[in-house]
Design a protein around this ligand. Structure first.
Ligand code: SAM
Length: 220
Protein backbone atom coordinates (compact mmCIF):
# COMPACT_ATOMS: atom_id res chain seq x y z
CA UNK A 1 0.00 0.00 0.00
CA UNK A 2 2.45 2.69 -1.08
CA UNK A 3 0.25 4.94 -3.29
CA UNK A 4 -1.37 8.03 -1.69
CA UNK A 5 -4.98 7.76 -0.65
CA UNK A 6 -7.54 10.44 -1.62
CA UNK A 7 -9.45 12.16 1.16
CA UNK A 8 -13.05 11.03 1.54
CA UNK A 9 -15.49 13.12 -0.48
CA UNK A 10 -19.23 12.99 -0.01
CA UNK A 11 -22.51 14.57 -1.04
CA UNK A 12 -23.21 14.81 2.71
CA UNK A 13 -22.09 17.93 4.58
CA UNK A 14 -22.83 16.77 8.11
CA UNK A 15 -24.51 14.03 10.14
CA UNK A 16 -27.10 12.25 7.97
CA UNK A 17 -30.59 13.62 8.52
CA UNK A 18 -32.05 10.09 8.71
CA UNK A 19 -29.56 8.73 11.24
CA UNK A 20 -31.70 9.14 14.35
CA UNK A 21 -34.86 7.73 12.76
CA UNK A 22 -32.91 4.78 11.36
CA UNK A 23 -31.45 3.95 14.76
CA UNK A 24 -34.86 4.21 16.43
CA UNK A 25 -36.20 1.82 13.81
CA UNK A 26 -33.36 -0.64 14.41
CA UNK A 27 -33.88 -0.47 18.17
CA UNK A 28 -37.59 -1.23 17.73
CA UNK A 29 -37.00 -4.07 15.25
CA UNK A 30 -34.11 -6.33 16.34
CA UNK A 31 -32.07 -7.77 13.47
CA UNK A 32 -33.07 -11.40 12.88
CA UNK A 33 -31.35 -12.43 9.66
CA UNK A 34 -30.45 -16.15 9.96
CA UNK A 35 -26.77 -16.98 10.41
CA UNK A 36 -25.04 -18.50 7.45
CA UNK A 37 -23.89 -22.12 8.12
CA UNK A 38 -20.32 -21.15 7.28
CA UNK A 39 -20.31 -18.46 9.99
CA UNK A 40 -21.75 -20.82 12.58
CA UNK A 41 -19.09 -23.46 11.86
CA UNK A 42 -16.19 -21.02 12.26
CA UNK A 43 -17.77 -19.43 15.32
CA UNK A 44 -18.08 -22.76 17.17
CA UNK A 45 -14.44 -23.49 16.49
CA UNK A 46 -13.42 -20.16 18.04
CA UNK A 47 -15.91 -20.50 20.88
CA UNK A 48 -14.42 -23.81 22.03
CA UNK A 49 -10.93 -22.31 22.32
CA UNK A 50 -12.21 -19.19 24.03
CA UNK A 51 -14.21 -21.13 26.61
CA UNK A 52 -11.11 -23.16 27.49
CA UNK A 53 -8.76 -20.16 27.76
CA UNK A 54 -10.96 -17.88 29.89
CA UNK A 55 -8.87 -14.79 29.07
CA UNK A 56 -10.19 -11.24 28.67
CA UNK A 57 -10.81 -10.63 24.97
CA UNK A 58 -9.90 -7.73 22.72
CA UNK A 59 -11.93 -7.80 19.52
CA UNK A 60 -10.62 -6.26 16.28
CA UNK A 61 -13.56 -6.27 13.86
CA UNK A 62 -12.80 -5.77 10.16
CA UNK A 63 -9.14 -6.43 10.97
CA UNK A 64 -8.05 -6.43 7.31
CA UNK A 65 -4.66 -8.15 7.00
CA UNK A 66 -4.62 -8.98 10.73
CA UNK A 67 -1.62 -6.73 11.41
CA UNK A 68 -3.53 -4.53 13.87
CA UNK A 69 -4.67 -7.65 15.74
CA UNK A 70 -1.07 -8.86 15.88
CA UNK A 71 0.09 -5.48 17.26
CA UNK A 72 -2.70 -5.51 19.85
CA UNK A 73 -1.75 -9.05 20.88
CA UNK A 74 1.84 -7.91 21.49
CA UNK A 75 0.66 -4.87 23.45
CA UNK A 76 -1.69 -6.97 25.61
CA UNK A 77 0.04 -10.29 26.41
CA UNK A 78 -2.52 -11.05 29.15
CA UNK A 79 -5.47 -10.80 26.78
CA UNK A 80 -6.67 -12.89 23.87
CA UNK A 81 -6.94 -10.79 20.72
CA UNK A 82 -9.49 -11.91 18.13
CA UNK A 83 -9.36 -10.34 14.68
CA UNK A 84 -12.22 -10.95 12.25
CA UNK A 85 -12.39 -10.06 8.59
CA UNK A 86 -14.44 -11.44 5.72
CA UNK A 87 -11.73 -10.94 3.09
CA UNK A 88 -9.71 -14.01 2.19
CA UNK A 89 -7.32 -11.84 0.19
CA UNK A 90 -6.59 -9.45 3.07
CA UNK A 91 -6.07 -12.23 5.62
CA UNK A 92 -3.83 -14.36 3.45
CA UNK A 93 -0.66 -13.24 5.25
CA UNK A 94 -1.83 -15.18 8.34
CA UNK A 95 -4.48 -17.61 7.10
CA UNK A 96 -3.80 -20.11 4.33
CA UNK A 97 -6.57 -22.66 4.08
CA UNK A 98 -9.03 -23.23 6.93
CA UNK A 99 -10.17 -19.62 7.58
CA UNK A 100 -8.61 -19.76 11.02
CA UNK A 101 -5.34 -18.76 12.69
CA UNK A 102 -4.53 -19.53 16.31
CA UNK A 103 -1.12 -18.82 17.83
CA UNK A 104 -0.12 -17.60 21.29
CA UNK A 105 -2.69 -14.96 22.29
CA UNK A 106 -3.95 -14.20 18.79
CA UNK A 107 -6.86 -15.73 16.89
CA UNK A 108 -7.81 -14.60 13.39
CA UNK A 109 -11.04 -15.67 11.78
CA UNK A 110 -12.30 -15.20 8.26
CA UNK A 111 -15.99 -14.54 8.71
CA UNK A 112 -18.73 -11.97 8.38
CA UNK A 113 -19.08 -9.92 11.56
CA UNK A 114 -22.78 -9.39 10.86
CA UNK A 115 -23.27 -13.06 11.85
CA UNK A 116 -20.40 -13.43 14.29
CA UNK A 117 -21.28 -10.40 16.46
CA UNK A 118 -24.74 -11.83 17.17
CA UNK A 119 -23.32 -15.27 17.99
CA UNK A 120 -20.71 -13.73 20.31
CA UNK A 121 -23.41 -11.79 22.10
CA UNK A 122 -25.41 -14.94 22.77
CA UNK A 123 -22.30 -16.67 24.11
CA UNK A 124 -21.36 -13.88 26.54
CA UNK A 125 -17.68 -13.62 25.65
CA UNK A 126 -15.70 -11.58 28.17
CA UNK A 127 -14.80 -8.70 25.83
CA UNK A 128 -12.80 -5.90 27.42
CA UNK A 129 -12.41 -3.72 24.35
CA UNK A 130 -13.81 -3.67 20.83
CA UNK A 131 -11.84 -1.95 18.05
CA UNK A 132 -13.35 -0.89 14.72
CA UNK A 133 -10.35 0.42 12.82
CA UNK A 134 -11.00 2.40 9.66
CA UNK A 135 -14.21 0.73 8.44
CA UNK A 136 -15.15 1.41 4.83
CA UNK A 137 -16.75 4.89 5.00
CA UNK A 138 -19.51 4.37 2.40
CA UNK A 139 -19.62 8.18 2.02
CA UNK A 140 -22.51 8.63 -0.43
CA UNK A 141 -25.69 9.92 1.16
CA UNK A 142 -27.66 6.84 0.09
CA UNK A 143 -25.06 4.51 1.68
CA UNK A 144 -25.95 5.27 5.30
CA UNK A 145 -27.22 1.72 5.86
CA UNK A 146 -23.81 0.35 4.92
CA UNK A 147 -22.01 2.31 7.66
CA UNK A 148 -21.86 0.35 10.93
CA UNK A 149 -24.08 2.81 12.83
CA UNK A 150 -26.69 2.72 10.02
CA UNK A 151 -26.82 -1.07 9.86
CA UNK A 152 -29.57 -3.01 11.69
CA UNK A 153 -26.91 -5.07 13.51
CA UNK A 154 -25.56 -1.94 15.27
CA UNK A 155 -27.57 -2.21 18.53
CA UNK A 156 -26.52 -5.88 18.82
CA UNK A 157 -22.89 -4.97 18.22
CA UNK A 158 -22.97 -2.37 20.99
CA UNK A 159 -24.18 -5.06 23.37
CA UNK A 160 -20.88 -6.94 23.04
CA UNK A 161 -18.78 -4.61 25.16
CA UNK A 162 -19.01 -1.26 26.95
CA UNK A 163 -15.58 -0.14 25.80
CA UNK A 164 -15.44 0.60 22.10
CA UNK A 165 -12.98 2.45 19.88
CA UNK A 166 -13.67 3.47 16.29
CA UNK A 167 -11.01 5.10 14.12
CA UNK A 168 -11.70 6.79 10.80
CA UNK A 169 -10.31 9.35 8.38
CA UNK A 170 -13.80 10.76 7.62
CA UNK A 171 -14.98 13.26 10.23
CA UNK A 172 -18.66 12.78 9.36
CA UNK A 173 -18.36 9.04 10.03
CA UNK A 174 -16.92 9.83 13.46
CA UNK A 175 -19.64 12.40 14.19
CA UNK A 176 -22.40 10.02 13.18
CA UNK A 177 -20.88 7.21 15.25
CA UNK A 178 -20.78 9.57 18.24
CA UNK A 179 -24.46 10.51 17.80
CA UNK A 180 -25.43 6.86 17.39
CA UNK A 181 -23.52 5.77 20.50
CA UNK A 182 -25.03 8.58 22.55
CA UNK A 183 -28.51 7.47 21.50
CA UNK A 184 -27.98 3.91 22.69
CA UNK A 185 -25.45 3.86 25.50
CA UNK A 186 -25.39 5.74 28.79
CA UNK A 187 -21.58 5.75 28.72
CA UNK A 188 -19.61 8.93 28.12
CA UNK A 189 -18.63 9.12 24.44
CA UNK A 190 -15.75 11.22 23.12
CA UNK A 191 -14.56 12.25 19.66
CA UNK A 192 -10.95 13.36 19.29
CA UNK A 193 -8.21 13.71 16.70
CA UNK A 194 -5.52 11.06 16.78
CA UNK A 195 -1.96 12.03 17.50
CA UNK A 196 0.07 9.42 15.70
CA UNK A 197 3.28 8.09 17.16
CA UNK A 198 2.84 4.42 16.29
CA UNK A 199 0.60 3.05 13.58
CA UNK A 200 -1.85 0.43 14.67
CA UNK A 201 -3.04 -0.69 11.22
CA UNK A 202 -2.10 -0.57 7.52
CA UNK A 203 -4.96 1.81 6.72
CA UNK A 204 -3.96 4.12 9.56
CA UNK A 205 -0.43 4.24 8.14
CA UNK A 206 -1.65 4.87 4.61
CA UNK A 207 -4.07 7.64 5.61
CA UNK A 208 -1.52 9.31 7.86
CA UNK A 209 1.15 9.23 5.16
CA UNK A 210 -1.39 10.70 2.73
CA UNK A 211 -1.80 13.69 5.08
CA UNK A 212 -5.33 12.90 6.29
CA UNK A 213 -6.75 14.02 9.62
CA UNK A 214 -7.56 10.93 11.70
CA UNK A 215 -10.33 10.66 14.29
CA UNK A 216 -11.17 8.40 17.18
CA UNK A 217 -14.51 7.84 18.92
CA UNK A 218 -14.30 6.13 22.30
CA UNK A 219 -16.52 5.28 25.21
CA UNK A 220 -15.08 6.03 28.62
C1 SAM B 1 -10.88 -0.19 5.05
S1 SAM B 1 -10.50 -1.81 5.56
C2 SAM B 1 -9.65 -1.55 7.13
C3 SAM B 1 -8.81 -2.74 7.51
C4 SAM B 1 -8.04 -2.60 8.84
N1 SAM B 1 -8.94 -2.44 9.97
C5 SAM B 1 -7.04 -1.45 8.80
O1 SAM B 1 -7.27 -0.44 9.50
O2 SAM B 1 -6.01 -1.59 8.13
C6 SAM B 1 -12.09 -2.41 6.10
C7 SAM B 1 -12.11 -3.92 6.36
O3 SAM B 1 -13.39 -4.29 6.86
C8 SAM B 1 -13.68 -5.58 6.34
N2 SAM B 1 -15.14 -5.81 6.43
C9 SAM B 1 -16.12 -5.04 5.87
N3 SAM B 1 -17.33 -5.59 6.15
C10 SAM B 1 -17.10 -6.70 6.88
C11 SAM B 1 -17.94 -7.70 7.44
N4 SAM B 1 -19.27 -7.63 7.31
N5 SAM B 1 -17.38 -8.72 8.13
C12 SAM B 1 -16.02 -8.79 8.26
N6 SAM B 1 -15.18 -7.89 7.74
C13 SAM B 1 -15.70 -6.86 7.07
C14 SAM B 1 -13.15 -5.54 4.92
O4 SAM B 1 -12.94 -6.85 4.39
C15 SAM B 1 -11.86 -4.75 5.09
O5 SAM B 1 -10.75 -5.59 5.31
Amino acid sequence: MSEKSSIVTSNQIGVHKDLESKIKKHLANPFRKPYRPFSAEIFYKANEIINNLKLPIILDSGCGTGESSYILSQQHPDALVIGIDKSEKRLEKFISDDNFYDKDNLILIRADVIDIWRMIKQSNWNIHKHYLLYPNPWPKKDQLKRRWHGHPVFPEMLGLCDCIELRTNWRIYAEEFLVALRMITSKEVLLSSIEINQFISPFEKKYYESGHELYRVTTA
